[in-house]
Write a protein that binds this ligand. Structure first.
Ligand code: NAD
Ligand code: SER
Length: 323
């Protein structure tokens, strides 16, 4: 830890126990000091990975409890990550809409009232739909999402821009592609196959993929996503021209291409394909993303391509997490 309390930024991460939150909290604590970053999640107990700093059990749908906590403490930055992801949301549309929207309103309103300095709220490639151009999808284009998750993310983007324009709320956002990591398991998305495959490669040397072999999707290694998030959050306000959400690109590949990349390291690895309901979600999403606006506004540059990501994943995956 460095600095004293008065100088430290106060940061709150809601949805901290998830795939992104776990790594984001650890990096924020590394940069700001362990005690200045509160990890909050609906889970009763703090996971071992986040035990190096404060933990708060918080249901973001309990608006009064969230308001009381934030009003009492005031935070310089709030990262709102709690959401149902695409596949889980299709199974529970009502909860997905409530969770993905109500938490956002609570946090936007607290910022409007002056209790939060800056908000990060993640959007997704799911804001795009079947009528969107699939290749090099531009920042501004046709957006007609056909999933519950995509509809909630698109509505959230509109509200973020609205609160910025109408009330000056400093809210920043990225349309994350599918994120690939080994520290914690993914939470019910369509891109999860690109994480699952590494656990099965390590444990059984074979994998049955729930998407077709030729389904191209935009993806990103987690450390790139965390760095992008923190770069966007520290960019000068006047360099941010997009207050809905930024397109962001790391790499893109199909399951067959990922299998081939794994086989370069593990030649006996085998994959088969048994597409399920997630195929029809993936079919509506872009295959690659044009992120030139993020590059020119705040200097975004990815560090991981497919080969480098595959190597790090195979070296670090811990199959114990599956049990
Ligand atoms: P995740 O499912 O792994 O984690 C979500 C966390 O939110 C979980 O720890 C869960 O316990 C918590 N949570 C659920 N309900 C809650 C509630 N009522 N109150 C407080 N916490 C609650 O999700 P993730 O992959 O870490 O995604 C985080 C955010 O990033 C989401 O908004 C998601 O839509 C977005 N995103 C993720 C990806 C990806 O590939 N992981 C891609 C695009 C966008
Ligand atoms: N990875 C996410 C999902 O598949 C995209 O937002 O749901």
């Amino acid at each position: 830890m460095s600095g004293n309390h008065a100088e430290m930024k106060r940061v709150l991460v809601i949805g901290a126990c998830g795939q992104i939150g776990t790594e984001l909290v650890l990096e924020l604590r590394r940069r700001n000091g362990n005690n200045s970053v509160v990890a909050a999640d609906v889970k009763d107990h703090c996971p071992e990975a986040l035990s190096n700093g404060p933990y708060r059990c918080m249901d973001v749908l309990d608006r009064e409890a969230v308001r009381a906590f934030i009003q009492n403490d005031s935070f310089d930055e709030v990262y709102l990550l709690a959401a149902l992801l695409s596949a889980t949301a299709e199974k529970n549309p009502d909860l997905a809409w409530r969770l993905n929207m109500e938490g956002l309103f609570t946090i936007l309103n607290l910022a409007k009232e002056g209790h939060i300095g800056k908000i990060f709220w993640p959007s997704s490639i799911a804001v795009f739909g079947p009528s969107t151009p699939k290749t090099n999808t531009p920042q501004q284009t046709i957006m007609e999402p056909t999933t519950v998750y995509g509809i909630s993310k698109q509505a959230g983007e509109r509200w973020c821009e609205y609160y910025f324009q109408k009330y000056g709320v400093d809210v920043r956002s990225i349309r994350y592609p599918g994120l690939i990591s080994y520290t914690s398991l993914p939470g019910g998305g369509t891109t999860d196959y690109a994480v699952d495959i590494f656990y099965h490669a390590k444990r059984e040397n074979r994998y049955t993929c729930f998407l077709k072999a030729d389904t191209r999707l935009p993806m990103m290694y987690m450390s790139d996503a965390i760095r992008a998030t923190l770069e966007l959050m520290s960019a000068p306000s006047d360099s941010i021209s997009v207050r809905s959400s930024y397109n962001l690109s790391g790499c893109d590949f199909t399951p067959a291409e990922l299998v081939a990349a794994i086989q370069k390291n593990q030649p006996d690895f085998e994959a088969t394909y048994a597409p399920d309901f997630r195929q029809s979600i993936a079919d509506t999403w872009p295959g690659s993303i044009d992120d030139s606006v993020a590059r020119s506004d705040w200097g975004w540059q990815e560090a991981y391509g497919v080969e480098k990501m595959v190597k790090v994943m195979l070296e670090n995956i811990n199959v114990q997490l599956l049990t």
